[in-house]
Design a protein around this ligand. Structure first.
Ligand code: RIB
Length: 293
């Protein structure tokens, strides 16, 4: 039987504004367009797993007035039986996308930061040794989820985005897989140069698979002391939002499907490249047919 994937993560409603440049302090800037779409690093990663052909159950919280979100997630193939509807407003993000396709994101945690211990205890108790727990950093109670998962023998995969001090106090050496961008890796390693970052993270987490994503420079993959550099797939950048989430979801789904690490990485890189070619977070995540077709 394949291991199962449980994803404890945020669900956001993203308000995406196309702008010439990011608004500056003291400036009032008219946007070229606005679209309101589903996002959140957690939900994006669940949808990426599902679109890659994987099975995933999402632990999340959502305002009761945002039923369309559950419908969208379910229609995308995500198991939403652990998504609670609550009275608090859903999490949301104000996203500016500039003329180069770069983004700037302002988050409001909302319902994503109201998780209670009992919810996590009940959810993780249903999983067994060898199953995966995927975590990002847009919800409260990450440390508890991590601890519960490790005590049940689950493999924990962490994408510590956005980075915060709380992440530094987690027992990172117990991770199965760490997926970080360069800035996050530098913060975890307290080093600047990539070689030093790799050396420091390897020393801290010798038994953890480490993936450092470098945008259009590709990915550095570290496993058992071996360091491999994978080139990025060329892409015409429209919007980089959710490229990282697409990468994480495709990598997870591919590993659980039995692909070798480097094969899973190749698939994840190609999916992330497709994601940057269209606007928005979740709408830009390709299906496996779009990727292979
Ligand atoms: O990674 C992209 C996501 O970050 C967006 O969907 C936004 O909601 C923020 O969480």
């Amino acid at each position: 039987m394949k291991p199962r994937i449980l994803n404890f993560g945020s669900i956001n409603i993203d308000h995406v504004y196309r702008v010439d440049h990011f608004v500056q302090a003291g400036e009032t800037l008219a946007s070229d367009s606005l679209s309101t779409v589903l996002g959140g690093k957690g939900a994006n990663q669940s949808v990426a797993i599902a679109r890659a052909g994987g099975d995933v159950r999402h632990i999340g919280r959502l305002c009761e007035t945002d039923q369309w979100v559950s419908t969208y997630l379910e229609a995308s193939g995500v198991d939403i039986s652990l998504v609670e509807t609550v009275a608090e407003p859903s999490g949301h993000a104000i996203i500016q996308v500039d003329r180069h396709g770069e983004n700037s994101i302002l988050l409001h945690g909302g319902a994503n930061i109201g998780f209670e211990s009992a919810t996590l205890e009940k959810a993780i108790a249903q999983y067994d040794s060898g199953d995966y727990l995927l975590l990002q950093n847009e919800t409260n109670a990450i440390a508890l989820a991590f601890e519960l998962a490790i005590s049940k023998g689950l493999k924990v995969v962490l994408n510590p985005a956005p980075m915060s001090d709380e992440i530094l106090s987690l027992p990172l050496e117990k991770l199965d897989t760490l997926i970080v961008n360069l800035g996050e890796a530098q913060a975890l390693a307290s080093k600047d140069k990539l070689d030093d970052v790799v050396e420091s993270l390897t020393a801290k987490m010798p038994n953890t698979r480490i993936l450092i994503t470098l945008g259009d420079q590709g990915v550095v993959f570290v496993n058992n002391g071996d360091v491999t550099k994978i080139d990025a797939t060329t892409a015409k950048v429209v919007d980089t939002t959710a490229a990282g989430d697409t990468f994480v979801g495709y990598f997870m789904a591919s590993i659980v499907d039995g692909l070798k690490d480097l094969e899973a990485l190749d698939r994840a890189c190609r999916a992330a490249a497709l994601a940057v070619e269209s606007l928005g977070a979740m709408p830009s995540i390709p299906t496996s047919d779009q990727l292979e077709g």
